[in-house]
Design a protein around this ligand. Structure first.
Ligand SMILES: [Zn+2]
Length: 475
């Protein structure tokens, strides 16, 4: 978004906020009054929290600490903004039965049953994000019930900030996904595209999402008519549009038609200078999703190995389904009707990410969690490692996983950096994330809207139940 405030993020990282403190780890208080005061010890920086917001950030000595504020000593820790996963799908479990259009196992678990199961687990699923240090997520496509999920999440003590697009709008609707409240609204003309957008707009989406699957039978120019109509209709209502367009020429056509967010990396060709300029001119946010294909592939080739973090914070019942293909009878029964998936050379997406990052395009980290083999919550950390493998420095990755994600959500002025006035969603880390992005996993505390939470507690908490006492249950 133009006019975004100058982020303190870079300053914070190169200055004092994230500097390891020399002082020893001291006493630790939780103050439930109006102010929290976080000190990183020694003469390092402080973050002053007032209610749910950041009141001030700066070197100790420069920040005026209100009378009555309590000091929470974070000596020897690192403070970063809460992580943002800019691409998730709450209607998908991450398990084997969640995409019958890709691997049809409905004879074993009917699709409607899978979706009901997913809905029932929602509070726990959202808590897995928070325990993973993800304090905000953007759901880029799901049934109309995801709007209810957004409402419910506001009263859940362990939910991240949640933005949703509602149903994907597409000219392509896999028949396997036809249930009462399907994730996709099928449109076959510009007029139908406008009508579908209006239907979703009535629910107050954070963005509109278009799923552009190129059709061999029609030219790209012809297909872009419905895309352009949908974007016009949405922009008229002041709502930005996120588009699934993974091929270079489709992505180019999407941006020309007015797309604000590209929800995946371009993975079929290296981007050219014209494409880079186009993204810049249109101020497009580019979401990574480098790991999602690999998740599918490892599960289908029966070599998926959860990371320690995924074992600890992922949904054990979802994880268990990923081994079900080992049962050959199940495997033989699978009906591979449709291949939405290709296995593109991952080096192309990595090269493109590097190129766009160097050109200063806004990058947002997104995992595409909910897809088979990509687990709600911890998957973002896998994605951050893919970004490091692609050649991005830890600081650039952190920026994409906070400020970039906040911009993708349309909440750049509210989330994503350590700045006065922004929501106090922070992570306190035990290790320096500047030296190795994997250190972002070592989460000592998660601060959610000013409340200091112990991730160990969040991960084992009864689903969505408000804590009896903040002080007792969080420490
Ligand atoms: Zn997706």
């Amino acid at each position: 978004m133009p006019g975004a405030p100058l982020p303190l993020f870079g300053a914070a990282l190169s200055g004092s906020i994230i500097t390891p403190a020399e002082a020893q780890y001291g006493s630790f208080y939780n103050h439930l009054g109006k102010h929290h005061f976080y000190s990183i010890g020694g003469d390092a920086a402080v973050v002053l929290v007032s209610g749910e917001r950041i009141g001030a950030v700066g070197p100790r000595g420069e920040v005026v600490i209100p009378e009555g504020a309590r000091v929470v000593d974070m000596s020897g820790k690192w403070i970063i903004p809460g992580l943002v996963d800019a691409h998730i799908h709450l209607f998908q479990s991450g398990g084997l039965y969640t995409r019958p259009d890709i691997i049809d196992l409905r004879s074993i678990r009917p699709y409607a049953a899978e979706v009901d199961w997913v809905r029932a687990r929602l509070p726990m699923t959202l808590a897995r994000y928070l325990a993973s240090g993800v304090t905000a997520v953007l759901d880029v496509g799901g049934p109309f019930w995801t709007f209810e999920a957004r409402e419910r999440s506001k009263t859940m003590p362990h939910a991240p900030q949640l933005a949703v697009t509602g149903p994907l709008i597409s000219s392509s609707m896999p028949s396997e996904l036809r249930v009462a409240d399907p994730p996709i609204l099928e449109v076959n003309s510009p007029a139908e595209a406008r009508a579908a957008v209006r239907r979703v707009l009535a629910q107050g989406p954070d963005l509109i999402k278009l799923w552009w699957i190129p059709e061999a039978s029609r030219s790209l120019g012809e297909q872009s008519r419905w895309v352009r109509a949908a974007i016009e209709e949405s922009h008229r209502a002041g709502v930005r549009v996120a588009v699934h367009a993974i091929q270079l020429e489709v992505a180019r056509a999407a941006v020309r038609a007015g797309a604000d967010v590209l929800v995946h990396s371009v993975d079929d060709h290296r981007v050219d200078d014209g494409f880079v300029r186009l993204l810049k001119e249109h101020n497009v946010v580019y979401v990574t999703t480098l790991g999602v294909n690999q998740g599918y592939r490892e599960v289908f080739e029966q070599r998926f190995k959860p990371t320690d973090l995924e074992r600890r914070l992922g949904d054990a019942e979802v994880l268990a389904t990923l081994d079900d293909l080992a049962d050959l009878s199940l495997w033989k029964g699978a009906f591979w009707k449709r291949w939405l998936l290709r296995w593109p050379d991952p080096r192309i997406a990595s090269w493109n990410l590097r190129r766009l990052h160097e050109a200063d395009i806004t990058i947002a980290a997104g995992s595409d969690a909910g897809n088979i083999g990509t687990l709600h919550g911890p998957a973002l950390h896998r994605e951050l490692e893919r970004m490091a493998e692609a050649g991005l420095a830890p600081l650039a990755i952190l920026k994409a996983a906070s400020q970039g994600g906040a911009r993708a959500m349309g909440r750049g002025s509210d989330l994503g950096t350590l700045e006065p006035g922004k929501r106090a969603d922070l992570l306190i880390l035990d290790a320096d994330p500047q030296s190795d992005i994997r250190h972002a996993r070592y989460i000592y505390r998660v601060v959610r809207g000013g409340a200091i939470l112990n991730p160990e507690y969040i991960a084992t908490a009864p689903s969505g139940e408000p804590p009896d006492s903040e002080t007792e249950r969080h420490y």
